[in-house]
Design a protein. Structure first.
Length: 185
């Protein structure tokens, strides 16, 4: 029973947070929410939503409304983007680690495909690979976990991945916040 609880604690915690956040949004306007939780706490919430949203494959979708709501509540979109993007990068880094550690359990066919992908990536100029990562992370709402887990599986150097990942997460988070603020004007 304890193992089941440990495995699902993050999921349950996120689910409870999403449900409570949704209920609060139903009854309160974003400005009232920020008034209740405070600006500093809003930034802290954005960081943790980024970490847990980035560390969970299907909850990234909940990340966008939270950032949008905090921006609509009056938080600075640039500061919000930097803090939330930093949290998201930390969550994404966990998937890189899982992919890296998961390489040892790859089966024959899967291992061949991963080796093929490594050879394909190695043929591409480093700048092009990093630019593609930045464009994917910074300008698409798709989850980064596929990219980071694949990076770990293929043993792509994390130090080469962290820059585009970090900058892309900040760009996307800031754009989400800024679009919400501009739509309210």
């Amino acid at each position: 029973m304890r193992k089941i609880l440990k495995r699902h604690i993050v999921f349950v915690g996120l689910l409870v947070f999403i449900v409570l956040w949704s209920i609060m949004l139903y009854f309160k306007r974003p400005e009232e929410l920020i008034g209740m939780i405070g600006v500093k706490n809003g930034y802290i919430i954005s960081f943790f939503v980024g970490v847990f949203g980035g560390a969970a494959t299907f909850t990234t979708i909940s990340y966008y409304p939270v950032v949008g709501t905090l921006a609509a509540g009056g938080l600075n979109p640039i500061i919000l983007g930097i803090i939330a993007g930093t949290g998201l990068t930390i969550g994404n880094a966990l998937y890189f680690y899982f992919g890296y550690k998961g390489r040892v359990i790859l089966s024959g066919k899967t291992k061949e495909r991963v080796e093929k992908a490594v050879k394909w990536i190695e043929k591409k100029p480093d700048l092009i690979v990093r630019l593609a990562m930045l464009l994917y992370v910074g300008f698409t709402p798709l989850p980064n976990n596929l990219l980071t887990a694949t990076g770990g599986l293929t043993d792509y150097p994390f130090k080469k991945m962290i820059g585009p990942l970090f900058i892309g997460n900040i760009i996307l988070s800031t754009m989400i916040a800024q679009v919400v603020v501009m739509s309210m004007a």
